[in-house]
Design a protein around this ligand. Structure first.
Ligand code: GLN
Length: 388
């Protein structure tokens, strides 16, 4: 019985994101691998949540979340995301956006359906699809002379078949930091309409967008509300990755089945944390979000500068808080060896690039996460500067 596992797990193994954290702890390194985001949580959120816990808001909430939080998420969807149709009844509060995507896959798609992922992709998207019995279809982004990731309609057309039912748009993207432009999203929208696809977006980094880019939600484009499930969450925005609070905004024909599965798998998201977020978010200063993005932009500039200096050429991100860096100059054939070399030599963990690619380009890259306090990031930069 010891080897028993379900067929649906297929070849699923522990993610390198987690593996590198274990390795990092083993050598006592600085963890720029897993996107832990161990920055301070805004005190307003912590205070309001402590109050909710002490007020004993300890029982189940409705499976779609507490009303006050759903209302706030709907207001945000209408104002920040420009999704004018969004109302509280269009919101389901989930167990992070990872839980959101699992509920989406299980409730809206069938085994054997094909689902398009842009490469580089977030491994949890891929594995959630696979465990759900779906078939991933990859669209490998190109690279222009400025090392920016590109997509074309021809590439999308080459990936689609009559079995294709969905497409993932992760913007800003983990791991590439690409922020899909309005023009690219319009192209994807036309593609979805022409092939009658459901679009699922992962916008968990929606507030971490740098000066030259804007965050555009696919669901805000004409004709896309009806066919888009917008996923996001609070993990990154408030540095509460361990609270597991995310959400979905979608039309009723999607939120009804998604809500059913969210109830079945999770019953509800943690009730006191929902109250805490709702109350804390309401009293945050209005510049909280822009200040956070500006701080990350400075961290990006610092860290990417160091990567350039030491010859690990970075693909400069426009959003999120990861950077893919070219590790070829270290002389390894395998990205895992390169990442382990960096960890063992200078004590900085990263995630090998092949975790985000099916094609070989992943073997030339590693991903660093700079969501760290300034002193920790500066220490990491010092260590990286000594990399030979
Ligand atoms: N989203 C984060 C990352 O990409 C954390 C994922 C995880 O810990 N599983 O690193």
């Amino acid at each position: 019985m010891t080897d028993k596992r379900s067929q649906r797990l297929g070849g699923l193994t522990q993610s390198y994101i987690r593996k590198m954290t274990v390795e990092c702890n083993r050598v006592g390194g600085i963890n720029l691998g897993q996107g832990i985001c161990d920055l301070p949580t805004p005190p307003q959120i912590l205070d309001a949540t402590s109050e909710a816990i002490l007020a004993d808001k300890s029982i189940y909430s409705p499976f779609a979340g507490i009303d006050v939080l759903r209302e706030q998420i709907a207001v945000k969807a209408r104002t920040y995301n420009q999704i004018s149709e969004a109302k509280a009844e269009n919101v389901v509060v989930t167990i992070g956006s990872t839980g959101a995507f699992n509920s989406v896959v299980q409730s809206l798609f069938d085994p054997g359906d094909e689902f398009i992922l842009f490469e580089p992709y977030y491994g949890y998207h891929l594995n959630t699809l696979k465990v759900g019995g779906l078939t991933p279809k990859f669209v490998s982004m190109g690279l222009n002379e400025g090392l920016e990731w590109t997509i074309t309609r021809d590439q999308l057309e080459a990936a689609v078949t009559e079995k294709t039912r969905g497409i993932m748009c992760c913007t800003p993207s983990n791991p590439s930091g690409k922020v899909l432009s309005r023009g690219e999203l319009e192209m994807i929208a036309d593609f979805c309409k022409d092939h009658d696809l459901i679009a699922v977006t992962d916008e968990i980094y929606e507030y971490i967008v740098y000066s030259d880019s804007e965050h555009v939600s696919l669901a805000s484009l004409p004709g896309m509300w009806e066919r888009t499930v917008t996923m996001s969450g609070f993990s990154k925005t408030f540095s509460i990755t361990g609270w597991r609070l995310g959400f979905i905004v979608a039309p009723a024909h999607f939120t009804k089945p998604i809500g059913l599965i969210n109830d079945l798998f999770y019953v509800c998201a943690p009730t006191p944390l929902q109250y805490g977020i709702a109350a804390g978010m309401a009293v945050l200063p209005s510049n909280y979000y822009s200040e956070m993005a500006a701080d990350y932009e400075k961290k990006r500039d610092l860290f990417c500068g160091v990567l350039s200096d030491i010859g690990l050429i970075p693909h400069i991100p426009d959003g999120a808080y990861y950077v893919l860096a070219d590790v070829r100059r270290l002389g390894f054939d395998d990205d895992k060896d390169a990442a382990m070399h960096i960890l063992e030599r200078v004590g900085v963990a990263s995630v090998p690039g092949s975790s985000f690619f099916v094609s070989d380009i992943g073997k030339t890259l590693t991903r660093f996460c700079y969501a760290k306090e300034w002193d920790v990031l500066e220490k990491a930069c010092e260590k990286m500067s000594a990399l030979t």
